[in-house]
Design a protein. Structure first.
Length: 285
């Protein structure tokens, strides 16, 4: 019995080494609800604190306030910050001079719900989810909880409308697959993604408890925050590893100069863990 237990521990440790190379460490604490981490080449890590209406840096200094109670963050192909402004019900871009450009705030003449998370393809297409979490008692004008594609020319298209609560969103390493988490549906769906931003062949990629934000590494593994921590799924959809965090995680993103640190936002704390594989980043012009 003892030898079997030792063997099981050894096998678990060996499997973990294929994905992470160290323990989970604390980056910063003392936030109200941290979300939307993204790595900036010059400033380093920034992330949203939704109730605080603030985007913070890792040293707890303010990057932007007010933030529209921003949630998910990402970078476009020119390295400009794209923000899902949860409270303002819009997706924006921060220009080089600090001014804010609204990219999307309505569809079919009606206000968006509350944009939640965002990913950017290397040709400039922006994809985002629009659940109702940020409405906070305000009227929902959209008839569904949608997933949207915004073309480089500024055309907004709703590409999915059958989600219960669409949340985290990401692209495969070859950008031919779009992943969307459905928090209440308890699964991540995968779609074939066309050049024009349309999707087809929707299928359940994996099931997991309360999936939220996600990140994808260069090997195509999908790292998703959920009720069990950060679960790692192979491109096949097989669960291959779980990173246990001190608090329930909300979102994650790869960062550092070598792209091999996974940063995890989790309620009042932000954490990190070193990984074997480099994370994917928006390809810059």
């Amino acid at each position: 019995m003892l030898s079997s237990f030792v063997l099981m521990v050894a096998l678990t440790a060996s499997a973990a080494e294929d994905y992470v190379t160290g323990p989970v460490e604390t980056v910063a604490e003392g936030f109200q609800f941290s979300e939307g981490p993204v790595w900036l080449p010059k400033e380093g890590l920034i992330f949203s604190d939704i109730p605080a209406d603030t985007i913070y840096k890792a040293d707890k200094s303010i990057f932007r306030k007010p933030s529209g109670k921003s949630n998910g963050l990402n970078l476009d192909t020119k390295g400009r910050l794209i923000a899902c402004e949860h409270w303002n019900r819009r997706v924006t871009r921060t220009e080089d001079d600090g001014s804010i450009t609204v990219l999307a705030e309505s569809y079919d003449g009606k206000k968006l719900n509350s944009p939640n998370d965002v990913t950017v393809r290397s040709d400039g297409f922006v994809f985002f989810t629009d659940p109702p979490y940020g409405l906070e008692g305000r009227e929902q004008e959209q008839p569904c909880q949608g997933v949207y594609a915004l073309s480089p020319e500024g055309k907004l298209t709703r590409i999915a409308e059958d989600f219960i609560k669409p949340n985290g969103i990401g692209l495969s390493s070859d950008e031919k697959t779009l992943y969307v988490a459905d928090t209440d549906g308890k699964h991540i769906r995968a779609f074939d993604l066309a050049a024009d931003g349309s999707i087809s062949n929707g299928r359940v990629f994996c099931t997991l408890p309360g999936p939220d934000g996600m990140a994808v590494d260069e090997k195509g593994n999908v790292w998703s925050t959920c009720g069990e921590g950060v679960q790692v799924f192979a491109p096949s959809g097989e669960l291959v590893h779980t990173v246990v965090t001190p608090q329930g995680p909300a979102n994650c993103a790869f960062g550092d100069a070598d792209g091999k640190t996974l940063y995890i936002t989790a309620v009042s704390g932000v954490y990190k863990v070193r990984c074997v594989n480099k994370g994917l980043f928006t390809k810059k012009d």
